[in-house]
Design a protein around this ligand. Structure first.
Ligand SMILES: Cc1ncc(COP(=O)(O)O)c(C=O)c1O
Length: 316
């Protein structure tokens, strides 16, 4: 179904459907699997006439003040619909069959440029389905990196010991690692979720915040945590705390210092910028380029360093 075919239904004065419209729509929800399919015409009618009037106008309206899940500009909506209609597979590079993977690659290069990062310094770029997914992949990359650093310190080859091959438990045993921590300030809840999913556990997220400014990193505390024996660390920098817009760092000097400390201890830096990356551009914070040496992921509108994966992106 094209986006425009629902336009008639969304031309209404109120941002929220009335309770009556909601009740009517609820009545019309299909609650029993029909014996036979209802067909495209009836499906179209059901969606546009029964369901659409009962949706709120969210990002379609400037006056929706509810939970914002991200808006789509008309250009992004068009692109998203093309993605749906053409259903390309960007997991596989097929240059004689489609331009899809090259479009994605160019888009990621442009995004790097927008953030003042050199695309060639950042070869493993990818889009993810959202910021939580970026946190998951970013932390997973970090997990591999810190384990590899521990293996190298013991004189082992990087490919000899890794989580993919031996699993987290056995790898840590082999390397004498007792703890993998994620050091952060003001983490978005999805960071703990990501930590659980990749087997580090939500409780591995530890705060290294300053007491006078909880969103800021206390560099002395950071160093103290990184220096703990039998422990390896991922440092997650909250680029902009979602509710307040506060930043974990104040500028290039602090970011460079964090980079230096992390290099000293073999820690990985992951930047959780959520949907705020673009907002950060105008701020003094945008010194992320200083991170781009090794051991880094930037989680923003689905961009990160790490293994290249190809996915359908969110409209952002
Ligand atoms: C800093 C940050 N990280 C992660 C997320 C999770 O984003 P998503 O809902 O796209 O998974 C958000 C969402 O607001 C966020 O602000």
């Amino acid at each position: 179904m094209s986006f425009s075919s629902t336009n008639a239904a969304i031309k209404r004065d109120t941002v929220l459907p009335s309770l009556e419209v909601l009740a009517q729509a609820r009545e019309k929800l299909v609650s029993k699997l029909p014996q036979n399919g209802i067909g495209e015409t009836e499906t179209r009618r059901h969606l546009t006439e029964d369901i659409v009037p009962a949706l709120n106008l969210s990002s379609i309206s400037p006056n929706y003040y509810g939970f914002v899940t991200g808006g789509a500009t008309p250009a992004a909506a068009l692109a998203d619909n093309i993605v749906t209609q053409y259903d390309q597979n960007v997991q596989v590079h097929l240059p004689e069959e489609t331009i899809a993977t090259e479009v994605e690659d160019k888009a990621l290069r442009l995004l790097c440029s927008l953030l003042d990062l050199k695309p060639d310094d950042f070869p493993h770029r990818t889009f993810t389905t959202g910021a939580t997914a970026s946190n998951i992949i970013g932390l997973a990359c970090g997990r591999e990196y810190v384990v590899t650093q521990a293996a190298l310190k013991l004189g082992l080859r990087a490919d000899e010991v890794n989580v993919g091959r031996h699993g987290l438990l056995r790898t840590c045993k082999m390397l004498g690692i007792e703890d993998i921590n994620i050091l952060t300030t003001a983490p978005h809840s999805s960071l703990r979720k990501a930590a659980s999913l990749i087997g580090l556990g939500a409780s591995s997220v530890k705060l290294v915040n300053r007491s006078d400014a909880p969103h800021r990193i206390d560099l002395a505390k950071l160093r103290e945590e990184l220096d703990k024996p039998w422990t390896v660390n991922i440092v997650a920098i909250s680029c902009a705390e979602v509710n307040t817009g506060f930043f974990a760092t104040t500028g290039l000097d602090e970011m460079t210092e964090i980079r230096k400390i992390c290099d000293e201890f073999g820690a990985w830096i992951h930047v959780d910028a959520g949907k705020h990356t673009i907002h950060s551009i105008s701020g003094t914070l945008l010194t992320l380029a200083s991170l781009w040496r090794h051991g880094k992921t930037l989680e923003g509108p689905g961009i990160l360093g790490g293994h290249q994966r190809k996915r359908r992106s969110r409209a952002c």
